[in-house]
Design a protein around this ligand. Structure first.
Ligand SMILES: *[C@@H]1O[C@H](CO)[C@@H](O)[C@H](O)[C@H]1NC(C)=O
Length: 519
């Protein structure tokens, strides 16, 4: 009997500690969903219950502690947009994405998610309760409404580093004079024109946000969350208050990245948490292929989002020919079968990237410079050739080049020739692998693994009811106070009053003299 009581007590204590967490990754981008999956995995490992709203549903998951809501219909959002392919970028030579395009992408993702029948069903259930909401943050804050609905802390998981769009939500935007936008290829220190350009980009972004996308997001918040909060007997706080009320933001970056702006205590770097450890063993065919490559392996992948087969056929043929002339084995991740593939080139539609990068016989990684690939390159200390296409890839590759373990090659019709030069340079010069290993050791030199940290901070935020002690004091101070515009206005008022009095005195004195003279 005593034992039974003890067992049930232990069980009770254990179960009260398990949190119910809602994890929302609403965007149809595979690499973002890899981050979502990482968060889910670490939360489940820490013993919590997870409800996961996802575009890419997971297989073979535990049924007791995990439930997923499939919103794969959001994939439609990308089908409309042909500008998101390599072929398009090649022809139009884009160096920068349009700020409105990205804000709209985030807005459309939010709209589609809140209108999804399965999501509606979840939100409308009056008995549903969560201890924390974790949501992917692109450029729409409207998901903060979920934390209002469940009356729990809001945690964002940001796929990039400490950018100003994110910091402004919990602290203040950084200074554009030394912190270029993530869409900007500019590197610090900035020239005069670059500084002007950066300032202009922010003014433009904020203008679009305030007058175009934010009013739409407010509408979603008031129309979708409003009635549900009312049903739970509470009044809906103002949207503006809600979006600046996050308890914590996770940043997907790490200490081996230089030139990061200072961040408040509730911004936590957990870059690398998506990499599963220990690394899974390679499938036998890959293992044999890489083991038996006498001159090493070059791994070429443009990520999961970019479709390589949107490249022109002749360019693909030239690339194959160039790879064919190398002594190394080339593993090229490509979505479809190709004709006339040289013997040393292996086209694969799927590749276990982390396990490949972990193999000592792999000599370099040719990559689009997406953030996950960039992190994995550092995690495994792999020299890289970056071929950035869009979004933050230019910034990532530029930083990698500056850090000395990467070369940058532009996406152009001259890609095969340029790539050949870069490959030859990299094979000859051993400073690239040395630098990569050095950064990798900085990256791994931390107190705890990033996944452990993720679970810890989620628990901390819930235990301390939103962790108000971590918040920055700057977040409560409006811009005009921060810039002392009120003081400047006061000084200007006093100075002009002074001049007014003095000038009116002077006006009067000559009059008196005049009168005296006349007298
Ligand atoms: C802000 O967040 C805290 C902590 O989660 C919460 O207690 C509070 O109700 C939130 N305020 C608003 C206006 O949502």
């Amino acid at each position: 009997m005593k034992l039974l009581v003890l067992i049930s007590l232990v069980y009770l204590l254990g179960s009260t500690e398990a949190l119910k967490v809602l994890v929302v990754f609403p965007y149809p981008v595979k690499s973002l969903s890899i981050l979502g999956t990482g968060a889910v995995r670490h939360l489940l490992n820490a013993g919590h219950e997870v409800t996961y709203i996802t575009v890419f549903p997971l297989k073979n998951m535990p049924t007791k502690t995990f439930r997923q809501i499939d919103i794969s219909t959001n994939l439609e959002l990308l089908k409309k947009d042909e500008s998101m392919t390599m072929g398009f970028v090649l022809e139009h030579k884009l160096e920068k994405n349009d700020a409105l395009q990205i804000q709209n992408f985030a807005l459309e993702g939010a709209k589609a998610t809140f209108q999804h029948e399965s999501v509606k069903k979840l939100l409308q259930d009056p008995n549903e309760r969560f201890d924390a909401v974790i949501t992917d943050l692109i450029e729409s804050e409207v998901f903060a409404g979920l934390a209002v609905l469940y009356d729990c802390p809001m945690i964002w998981l940001y796929s990039m580093g400490a950018h100003w769009q994110v910091l402004r939500m919990i602290d203040r935007g950084t200074n554009p004079a030394y912190d270029p936008d993530y869409l900007s290829p500019a590197m610090t220190p900035l020239s005069f024109l670059e500084r002007v350009d950066e300032l202009w980009a922010r003014v433009k972004w904020q203008f679009l946000k305030t007058f175009i996308t934010q009013p739409e997001e407010r509408k979603i918040y008031e129309q979708t969350i409003g009635p549900l909060v009312a049903k739970r007997g509470r009044t809906l706080p103002d949207y503006e208050e809600v979006i600046f009320n996050a308890s914590l933001i996770f940043g997907n970056e790490h200490d081996a990245v230089r030139d990061r702006p200072s961040t408040p205590q509730n911004f936590k770097y957990i870059g690398g948490f998506h990499v599963e450890e220990p690394v899974k063993p390679l499938p036998k065919d890959f293992q044999d292929l890489i083991d038996n490559s006498k001159h090493g392996v070059i791994y070429f992948s443009m990520g999961s989002f970019l479709k390589s087969n949107s490249l022109p056929k002749p360019l693909i043929a030239e690339l194959l020919k160039m790879f064919g002339e190398l002594k190394q084995t080339v593993i090229w991740k490509f979505e479809s079968d190709l004709p006339d593939v040289p013997k040393n080139v292996h086209i694969v539609q799927w590749a276990p990237q982390p396990s490949i990068l972990a193999h000592p016989n792999v000599r370099m990684f040719i990559s689009h410079g997406g953030l996950l690939s960039s992190i994995e390159a550092i995690h495994f200390g792999m020299p890289t050739i970056g071929v950035p296409v869009f979004f933050d890839q230019f910034t990532n590759v530029n930083k990698a080049v500056e850090n000395g373990y990467a070369l940058r090659v532009p996406l152009s019709h001259n890609l095969p020739k340029d790539l050949k030069v870069a490959i030859d340079t990299m094979l000859k010069d051993d400073t690239f692998p040395k630098k990569a290993k050095e950064l990798s050791s900085i990256y791994h030199d931390r107190l705890s693994k990033p996944g452990v940290e993720l679970a810890h901070w989620v628990e901390h935020v819930v235990r301390t009811r939103g962790a108000p002690h971590l918040r920055s004091p700057a977040w409560r101070v409006p811009l005009y106070q921060r810039l002392y515009l009120d003081l400047i206005a006061l000084v200007l008022a006093i100075v002009s009053l002074f001049f007014y009095i003095v000038s009116s005195l002077f006006k009067k004195t000559p009059k008196k003299n005049d009168q005296k003279k006349r007298n």
